[in-house]
Design a binder for this molecule. Structure first.
Ligand code: DHB
Length: 329
């Protein structure tokens, strides 16, 4: 078994948590670390703490295949997570997720993150938070997204001299549903700046109903919330594959942009599919909430089992190599 090499650009395995899951407080992050992921990502944060939406704001289906949330960005503020990264002795990939609410607030947060003592390996800009009352998902507005990316890059460049070490920059994207979207978005990414994309965030604005009470299962936003869990895996795979193909089509440095696959991963098989579709690493959201950090060791064993059965030694033996079923002749 040990002969399989599952190292990735984030470290000794492909696993990180999806931002928002087991990462809002020190206690949660410490618990997450016990699962020995290759990397950890903070809750998407703002400059100062927010208490988020009223409860109930998260719900799991009893069959474990579906979650819905409308958390509303409860977080303890950027400094809290930076302090955590200073204090922890976690040796893996450390990523801070910044909720991009406005350019000026993001600039203030970047100023703190890109200080002389850079304590993270990566910065993820979350451009896809679905649960803010009256606020659209910026990544769905292509002209606005293009402008925002240019402005964010400029801010990063202005702050470049503040830090002795340059982190990797990435973005968290919502699911896209049109084939043309992948290329449109991929073209907006400057590969000299963006090292990774993380796709997909929860499927926005889903509605789950409890028929006994005839109520929505969560309270905020009239019960609308982000859908996660196994039911979104096919959408997540499409987005990973769509961006993989778009980056290959653009070629050159675009082929170096890594993809972190997220959405509906609960078994080693799902990880295998994500990597086959083109992901370099994966993040676990709902399953971490449902099963706890032990799911990482279980999925690692399951993934290695599949690789053995197929005689693959390392992830690059099958990464991106999805085949299309041939036409009947
Ligand atoms: C929240 C949900 C998300 O899917 C996200 O990307 C950021 C924040 C939230 O509701 O807290």
């Amino acid at each position: 078994m040990e002969s399989c090499d599952i190292t990735t650009f984030i470290g000794r395995s492909p696993f990180i948590n999806a931002s928002g899951c087991l990462c809002a407080t020190r206690t949660m992050l410490a618990d997450l670390e016990t699962g020995e992921p290759a990397g950890i990502c903070s809750k998407s944060c703002t400059l100062i703490h927010r208490s988020g939406n009223p409860e109930p704001r998260y719900w799991e289906h009893p069959n474990g295949q579906l979650t819905i949330n409308s958390m509303g960005l409860p977080n303890l503020g950027v400094d809290y997570y930076l302090n955590y990264f200073v204090e922890t002795d976690f040796k893996g990939w450390k990523c801070i997720s910044l909720a991009v609410m406005s350019l000026s607030e993001t600039r203030d947060m970047l100023n703190r993150v890109l200080s002389n003592h850079l304590v993270v390996d990566a910065i993820e800009f979350n451009l896809s938070c679905p649960n803010l009352e009256g606020k659209e998902i910026v990544a769905y507005d292509k002209p606005a997204l293009g402008n925002l990316l240019r402005e964010l890059e400029q801010v990063c460049r202005e702050l470049e001299s503040n830090t002795s070490r340059w982190p990797k920059f990435g973005i968290k994207l919502p699911p896209y549903f049109q084939i043309a979207d992948y290329l449109d978005i991929a073209r907006m990414l400057n590969p000299d700046w963006i090292s990774f994309i993380h796709t997909v965030n929860s499927v926005p604005n889903a509605l789950v109903i409890d028929i006994a009470s005839e109520e929505t299962v969560i309270h905020p936003k009239q019960g609308f919330g982000g859908l996660g869990g196994e039911v979104i895996k096919a959408i997540a795979l499409a987005n990973v594959r769509g961006f993989w193909l778009a980056f290959r089509q653009l070629g050159g440095k675009w082929s170096d942009i890594q993809i972190i696959g997220c959405g509906g991963i609960s078994r080693g098989e799902d990880v295998f599919e994500m990597i086959l579709a083109g992901a370099s690493a994966v993040s676990i959201g709902s399953q971490l909430m449902i099963e706890g950090p032990g799911c990482i060791a279980r999925m690692t064993d399951e993934l290695i089992q599949i690789m053995h059965s197929k005689n693959y030694q390392k992830l690059s033996d099958f990464k991106g190599r999805l085949k299309v079923r041939p036409a009947l002749t």
